[in-house]
Design a protein around this ligand. Structure first.
Ligand code: GLA
Length: 693
């Protein structure tokens, strides 16, 4: 039974973890336990009853409430803030009833005076060791209620104030940098206000007691299943209670809850492991691969034309790249930006999603046919949420963009953002993209989003203006979801100038994420490692390009082979020797991609540690096969020797490791330091195979 009621409340159990809360003597829903699963239901601690310490810190302030509102003498970060029609701005929610339905627990609360009903949803994912939480607010009265904050969850750590927070920061071209910092009394805020998830922070947290590493130590971790503005407020209270609030960003947010209406927030997903950050990542990877609606198959090796041609695409030049790519073993040819009506550079065309008549006088069919004849699938780049003022669409519908009426419309990359909160804009995009996908044999779409919002207004909307942040994202989901449902054979990639929209919300629609516009091999090592905290390798599209050309082709291939391999270089510049090498690596990749894309990932040595070495290992789920990648960037000689210990092997089974003599047990390989001689900007790949007997 994943959910068990007991006299102290409820216990949610996954295979290895448990989460408990209950009603305390004051009738408040209070947290009890989050950690390893215990043998008996009576093992879990009772619901705490904090003392009245002083009038400045009374029991309300000290209670670890599951979903605190604003009320009482209490100054912790609340999950909920609403304003009732008469101006009252606090909520006094009391337990009403509970329901258990398989892996779902619903806790119903009711305001003691006002017609506000709150349902807290808990969904247990037993085999994934994860718990999902989100609330629904319902207005059962006859006057509107304004929601000003509604987080998805407040996750409580065991009492204490000596925790360390890991999170990720970045910027365009430099995403997913891991930061680790102590949490001290106060609130640490991470957020996006950009209408997308953003390159700048990722909606991910991992909290440990200060000494966890990749392989050991308790880690509490989580994320938000949402692709818009989000917020994490990690608070350590004045009485050593550490909690992570996560949910929709309340910055500039408000939602008018009309009589009879409900509002459900995105869900937060969180888990606990005893075996360090690596185990936390693998827990999330398994969830993404098994629970988010991805195709089961392996991702194809693709070629993308962007860095080779930029906007200068036409049928002949693309066909030339396609021919070379097919000869290398590429399986999917993707034409990037530049193919649609009026698109010669970044100043025109966005919004007019039909082939440019000058570049493609006979439409896309001849090129697609050519690509298919070469034995490859065909994919296309689009940026549906955007419009250039110089486009037919904008000339017809200038009111369709996000804007404030009396302010200049700030352009980013010469473009404005279509207001996808509007149903007519959604319908336009669905119709045009549906036509494109119906008339052409396209099996891959790269969905881009190349600027962040400004002047976040929706002048014609008569409701609450600040709803735009949420309604926009729901609009993106509707357009994308409708197209995905109508074209189930299409593989979708989420891109926002690289990794600006990497989150579990978009992974409900997208199969892959374009991790960064920075395709330089050494930069990628760092970026890919950060990305892997949250996302499995099959979702990580990685191209070999001509960026950082001082790196050998081998090094660049090895870096990109750690994800879903692609090529983005100008192939006409590659000589026969380089093409031969590419052919060889693509063949190797095809042989090992099930291990990489579907196996367990172990980060053996951090590229973000600044030492100049990095190593990552993938192990097939049946532990029969594994592959190790190791890299050295630049270290002034004499460099210290580089050794790694393998992970994830079956201890008693015997394995061979390429480049090392003999067969040894998995246990031996996991306890022997393997010396990997690497020069500057050098890399190696070693296959590990189980042997019989
Ligand atoms: C963004 C993407 C790139 C490329 C360009 C096209 O920057 O991240 O990969 O598609 O747009 O304009």
């Amino acid at each position: 039974m994943p959910i068990q009621p007991n006299p102290d409340g409820w216990v949610l159990e996954t295979e290895h973890t448990a989460y408990a809360f209950g009603l305390n003597a004051a009738g408040l829903l209070a947290h009890r336990y989050w950690g390893v699963r215990l043998p008996y239901i009576d093992d879990y601690p009772p619901t705490p009853a904090p003392p009245n310490w002083a009038s400045f810190n009374n029991a309300a302030q000290l209670t670890p409430e599951e979903y605190p509102g604003v009320n009482d003498i209490k100054y912790i970060e609340p999950c909920l803030k609403v304003a009732f029609a008469d101006g009252t701005r606090d909520t006094v929610l009391r337990f009403d009833s509970s329901e258990i339905d398989g892996e779902n627990l619903l806790i119903h609360l009711q305001d003691t005076h006002y017609p506000l009903h709150l349902t807290l949803h808990y969904r247990v994912h037993p085999e994934h060791d994860l718990i999902e939480r989100f609330p629904t607010l319902t207005n059962t009265g006859d006057q509107p209620i304004t929601i000003e904050r509604a987080f998805s969850a407040q996750w409580h750590l065991p009492i204490g104030d000596r925790y360390r927070l890991s999170h990720m920061t970045g910027r365009w071209f430099d995403e997913f940098n891991i930061q680790r910092e102590p949490l001290v009394q106060g609130v640490k805020v991470l957020e996006s206000r950009r209408i997308t998830t953003s390159h700048h922070h990722s909606p991910w947290f991992a909290v440990d007691r200060g000494h966890a590493d990749e392989d050991s130590g308790e880690v509490w971790f989580g994320t938000l299943i949402w692709s818009g503005n989000w917020k994490i407020a990690a608070e350590v209270t004045d009485f050593a209670s550490t909690r992570i609030n996560i949910g929709l960003n309340d910055w500039d947010f408000a939602w008018r809850l009309n009589p009879g209406e409900s509002f459900t927030t995105p869900a937060s997903l969180a888990g606990y492991v005893l075996e360090g950050f690596g185990a936390a990542s693998r827990t999330l990877h398994n969830y993404v691969r098994e629970r988010l609606p991805h195709r089961d198959g392996l991702h194809k090796v693709l070629y993308n034309s962007w860095e080779a041609t930029f906007f200068d695409v036409d049928a002949d030049s693309q066909a030339q790249f396609a021919e070379i790519a097919a000869g290398l073993g590429v399986e999917l040819f993707v034409m990037d930006d530049g193919w649609f009506h009026g698109r010669a550079n970044d100043q025109a065309g966005l919004g007019d999603w039909w082939p440019d008549a000058k570049k493609f006088p006979n439409g896309l069919t001849p090129l697609i046919q050519r690509v298919n004849d070469l034995g490859m699938d065909f994919g296309l780049w689009v940026e549906p949420e955007m419009v250039n003022p110089n486009s037919d669409l904008y000339r017809q519908h200038p009111d369709w963009v996000i804007h404030f009426e009396n302010r200049q419309r700030t352009e980013g990359r010469n473009q404005l953002i279509l207001n996808l909160a509007r149903a007519d804009v959604q319908d336009y995009l669905i119709a045009h993209l549906d036509t494109l996908l119906s008339q052409n044999n396209i099996t891959f779409i790269k969905w881009d989003m190349n600027r962040n919002v400004s002047e976040a207004g929706w002048p014609s909307y008569e409701g609450e203006q600040r709803e735009i942040w949420v309604r926009y994202v729901e609009g993106v989901y509707r357009v994308w979801g409708t197209l995905a449902q109508r074209h189930p054979n299409v593989i979708w990639q989420s891109c926002s100038g690289g990794g600006g929209r990497a989150d579990y919300g978009i992974l409900r629609l997208a199969d892959q994420i374009w991790v960064s516009d920075n395709t330089g091999g050494t930069a990628r090592l760092r970026i890919q490692e950060g990305f892997s905290q949250l996302f499995p390798a099959n979702t990580m599209e990685a191209w070999v390009t001509d960026m950082e050309k001082h790196l050998s082709l081998t090094f660049r291939f090895h870096v990109s082979m750690c994800g879903s391999l692609g090529i983005g270089a100008n192939l006409t510049h590659w000589n026969e020797q380089e093409r031969e090498e590419a052919r060889r690596w693509i063949t190797v990749y095809k042989a090992i991609r099930p291990i990489i894309q579907q196996g367990d990932q172990y980060r053996l040595h951090s590229a973000q540690g600044g030492e100049g070495y990095a190593a990552v290992q993938y192990v097939s789920k049946d532990q029969r096969e594994s592959v190790l990648f190791a890299f050295r960037t630049h270290i002034p000689d004499p460099a210290p020797p580089f050794t790694v210990r393998l992970r994830g092997l079956s201890p008693q089974a015997r394995y061979t490791v390429e480049g090392f003599d003999g067969a040894r047990s998995g246990l031996a390989w996991m306890h022997i330091d393997l010396l990997l001689p690497l020069g500057n900007f050098d890399s190696t790949i070693r296959r590990i195979r189980q042997v019989e007997g």
